[in-house]
Design a protein around this ligand. Structure first.
Ligand SMILES: *[C@@H]1O[C@H](CO)[C@@H](O)[C@H](O)[C@H]1NC(C)=O
Ligand SMILES: *[C@@H]1O[C@H](CO)[C@@H](O)[C@H](O)[C@H]1NC(C)=O
Ligand SMILES: *[C@@H]1O[C@H](CO)[C@@H](O)[C@H](O)[C@H]1NC(C)=O
Length: 436
């Protein structure tokens, strides 16, 4: 999977050496963001952008021989999970040259077919998180995502003694799909049980996955967008085994500690088709501001969305689906939506809104990425999904205007290699302090 993962790390640990290679110097780009206390009263802070470890060159320590090529491990250097971590080193990254990542001032540009993550706290209750985004260059099948995960801020450096790289090298990723395509988890290689992907020349699925709570503030292209909390019964990063991981990479999606589906608000899916898109109420042919508020706490937390464009504050569209009320995500909204769409309701079993609120209060790491989808062509975001449903009668299956034949990674990668998303002007603070 091509995905650009960039963590904004406010706290960078000193790298001591999974081992660290020295062939390419790691120089993080700075990106400023603002912490606000009241409207018009914000202070600039500088964060660092770090590329996820998974996309780095991994080589035999002290030389140039590969430990991983394409979607396969070097079986000499990586005979087993543990030896792999001591034999192989991940190297620094040339952010712009190799990965197409450009940070300047308060903005970060991610180019598709680049890889690349960022840590900050949205902090506790009654706070909001705001950023500007330009998705005009993102067609069907692509997902420019900005989200928070409960990964360790130091990348797992303290917890796992064999992880010598840490946050500086983007280690320790986890999310609510309990990804199994990670090359290292808990300071060990994900080597044993690794199966190269059948359709992705650069990825595979290993015997372990890495789970943690995930708050998808923003998953979007120019056609559709969704905001989605994914709770987990175990909030912090935890390693899982094989298909017990659940999530996208496992035979039983619902087997793990996290809620892989989440409770999403996608305006189109909630019945309002003329709200978000090119030339629509929120016009995706131009830059706009996305505001996400976290109001209240525990199961009573509400996730509220506003947009600002052309100087106007635009309330999120309200659901027009019979039996589903409101324009924000609350426990009641999730109850109603899952019932109306007949969707499996996993979030409740995984701690629901209460655990999402707890994850936010504990502090999460901000991740920005641009990715295409080797499992379902992003149809769940921007088209009809499941594909064989009739959106007029099967409520919830219509998610956007894209064709059901769109979004195949081979097509997206060959037709839109220059697709770009730009995130800028990140702000956080108490309610109503960051916009308007
Ligand atoms: C695999 O690793 C061994 C050392 O462990 C090295 O000699 C060999 O060149 C590597 N293979 C590739 C394809 O880089
Ligand atoms: C390596 O990981 C696999 C799962 O990926 C596990 O089954 C195996 O026991 C691990 N090996 C060791 C030596 O810990
Ligand atoms: C924030 O602004 C909205 C809309 O103007 C208003 O309804 C709400 O009460 C405000 N919240 C706070 C905490 O000021």
């Amino acid at each position: 999977m091509y995905r650009s993962l960039v963590f904004a790390a406010s706290l960078l640990s000193v790298a001591r050496g999974q081992l660290v290679g020295t062939e390419q110097t790691e120089t993080h780009s700075g990106m400023t963001w603002q912490s606000c206390t009241a409207k018009g009263s914000c202070t600039s802070k500088t964060g660092k952008v770090v590329i996820d470890a998974n996309w780095r060159w991994l080589h035999v320590k002290g030389g140039y021989n590969n430990c991983y090529t394409g979607n396969e491990w070097n079986t000499t250097a990586c005979k087993d999970n543990k030896s792999c971590a001591t034999n192989c080193a991940m190297d620094g990254a040339d952010y712009k040259g190799t990965y197409g990542i450009t940070a300047s001032g308060n903005s970060l540009q991610l180019k598709f077919i680049t890889k690349g993550s960022y840590s900050t706290n949205i902090g506790s209750r009654n706070s909001e998180f705001t950023f500007d985004v330009d998705v005009s260059g993102l067609p069907c099948g692509l997902n420019g995502a900005l989200y928070f995960v409960s990964m360790d801020a130091d990348g797992g450096l303290k917890k796992y003694s064999t992880n010598k790289a840490g946050a500086k090298y983007g280690t320790g990723y986890c999310d609510a799909q309990c990804p199994r395509d990670l090359k290292f988890i808990n300071g060990e290689g994900n080597v044993e049980g690794w199966a190269p992907s059948v359709n992705d020349a650069n990825a595979g699925v290993g015997g372990h996955g890495s789970c943690c709570a995930e708050m998808d503030i923003w998953e979007a292209n120019s056609v559709s967008t969704a905001v989605t909390p994914h709770s987990c019964s175990t909030i912090e990063q935890s390693r899982c085994n094989g298909d017990d991981c659940g999530g996208t990479y496992s035979a039983d999606r619902y087997a793990g500690v996290c809620d892989p589906d989440g409770c999403d608000f996608n305006s189109y899916r909630m019945g309002v088709k003329d709200f978000y898109g090119k030339g629509k109420t929120v016009d995706t042919s131009k830059k706009f501001t996305v505001v996400t508020q976290f109001i209240g706490t525990c199961n009573a937390m509400e996730i509220k969305r506003f947009y600002v464009q052309g100087g106007k504050t635009i309330a999120n569209s309200a659901s027009t689906i019979p039996g589903v009320d409101g324009n924000s995500i609350t426990t009641k909204f999730c109850d109603q939506q899952k019932a109306a769409f007949g969707d499996k309701y996993t979030s409740k079993d995984k701690g629901g809104m209460a655990n999402m609120a707890k994850a936010l209060a504990n502090g999460m790491v901000l991740v920005m990425s641009l990715w295409d989808d080797y499992y379902s062509n992003m149809l769940w975001l921007d088209s009809r999904y499941p594909r064989d449903k009739n959106p007029d009668t099967d409520l919830g299956s219509g998610r956007g205007d894209c064709e059901t034949t769109s979004g195949a990674p081979a097509d997206v990668e060959s037709q839109h290699p220059d697709a770009t998303v730009i995130y800028s002007n990140i702000k956080s603070g108490p309610l109503n302090s960051t916009f308007g």
